[in-house]
Design a protein around this ligand. Structure first.
Ligand SMILES: Cc1ncc(COP(=O)(O)O)c(C=O)c1O
Length: 377
């Protein structure tokens, strides 16, 4: 396991900042910021003279992402702008029939709700399942399915409660019942081990700017091979063609790989930064990252439980939590508490009616102690 000195060297956060908002927007690891600086310098001094190297980096990041989520191949990965674009790619490409329905939960971030609601004009309805009062959210989701349910679209980890779903269990049932599983994984990838094959995930989308420790505007989109040609395309441009560098060709076909979902020029700056971060994850190992993320949540939970003036609302039942911990002060609103913490350099968020702490694997324990001591009761 890397020690704190190694981790501190990989991050250059200002000493006045305790950063507990990886469920919002992450700080960049030093090596990713360096990659951006190098790339900017290259662009400034050389332009795109070495574009073939940039393309090689683009291929490399697909390989790294495929490995990270255990996709069968890099060809299953598209590099999109953000999670919302990935979900929209699924929603507007899926072969719906009027009368079909899609199941979501009542805790979803707007991106994973409104896109499905927007399908009403196609005769597709949304079934919203409450996850709050149930011990087995996967069963509750499945129980809402009927013969016209074509998809369950769910966050792997809920942004405003911290609830983590058992994707392997959910995916197993979906697979058996021929219901597609679409996962908004932005609160999971980079924090937890994610295995799209073990969980029979059909579609997965996650932007890099949270647990994945990359910049905004570059997202992984996984489309299971069995769906690739069945998703209708709705964005078109030079880059999604099979022979994308043949600018004179009048005939064209979509790329046989998931590149077909990327219409135009790639976000090369984001690709360089993300690739550097993915090297860091590979060096440390996602098992270790996950263990530390969960250990931080447990540590915070115990400390919050021990305080009379705070109430924790995230469930710490085995397998039900990830990196997000939400709690309330008995005397102060969450907004006010977050504002007060911010004045002390403690960066967190107000979500789900509570204070949201989301430290990452590299956050030193001593910083958690300082943040805990600063929480106004
Ligand atoms: C669960 C969840 N999905 C989606 C998003 C937004 O994703 P993007 O900006 O990548 O579309 C967020 C951001 O907070 C989120 O928490």
């Amino acid at each position: 396991m890397p020690d704190d000195d190694y981790l501190t060297a990989e991050f250059s956060l200002d000493a006045t900042v305790i950063y507990l908002n990886h469920a919002g927007i992450c700080p960049l690891p030093k090596r990713s910021a360096d990659a951006i600086r190098r790339f900017a310098h290259e662009c400034e001094t050389q332009g795109a003279r070495d574009y073939p190297r940039w393309m090689a980096m683009e291929s490399r990041v697909r390989e790294q992402l495929a490995q990270l989520i255990h996709a069968p191949a890099p060809d299953d990965i598209a590099l999109l702008k953000n999670t919302s674009e990935g979900l929209s790619t699924v929603a507007y490409g899926f072969p719906w029939q009027p009368g079909d329905n899609v199941i979501i939960s009542d805790e979803e971030f707007p991106s994973n709700r409104i896109v499905w609601e927007s399908l009403r004009h196609r005769g597709v309805s949304v079934r919203e399942v409450s996850l709050t009062q149930t011990e087995a959210p996967e069963d509750a989701l499945i129980a809402a399915a009927d013969a016209r349910t074509r998809m369950i679209a769910i966050s792997a980890v809920q942004f405003a409660s911290g609830l983590r779903l058992d994707l392997v269990k959910l995916g197993g049932v979906c697979h058996a019942r021929e219901i597609a599983l679409c996962v908004d994984a932005i609160q999971a990838v980079g924090a937890l081990q994610v295995d799209v094959q073990a969980a029979h995930i059909d579609f997965l989308a996650a932007d890099a700017h949270k647990w994945l420790l990359g910049p905004e505007g570059i997202a992984v989109f996984y489309c299971a091979p069995r769906w690739r040609e069945r998703l209708a395309l709705h964005q078109f441009g030079w880059h999604m063609r099979e022979n994308f560098s043949d600018y004179d060709a009048r005939d064209w076909r979509p790329a046989p790989s998931a590149r077909r979902f990327e219409c135009g020029s790639p976000n090369m700056l984001g690709i360089h930064a993300l690739s550097a971060t993915l090297d860091l994850f590979a060096e440390i190992g996602m098992q270790t990252v996950e263990r530390r993320v969960l250990a931080h949540a447990e540590y915070l939970f115990d400390a919050i439980q021990a305080r009379q003036d705070l109430v924790c609302t995230t469930s710490l039942k085995t397998g039900r939590y990830a990196g997000i911990l939400i709690f309330r002060s008995k005397s102060l609103s969450a907004d006010e508490a977050v504002k007060q913490l911010r004045t002390q350099g403690i960066i967190c968020a107000s979500r789900g009616g509570g204070i949201r702490f989301s430290p990452h694997f590299y956050t030193p324990r001593a910083q958690l102690d300082r943040a805990l001591a600063a929480i106004p009761g």
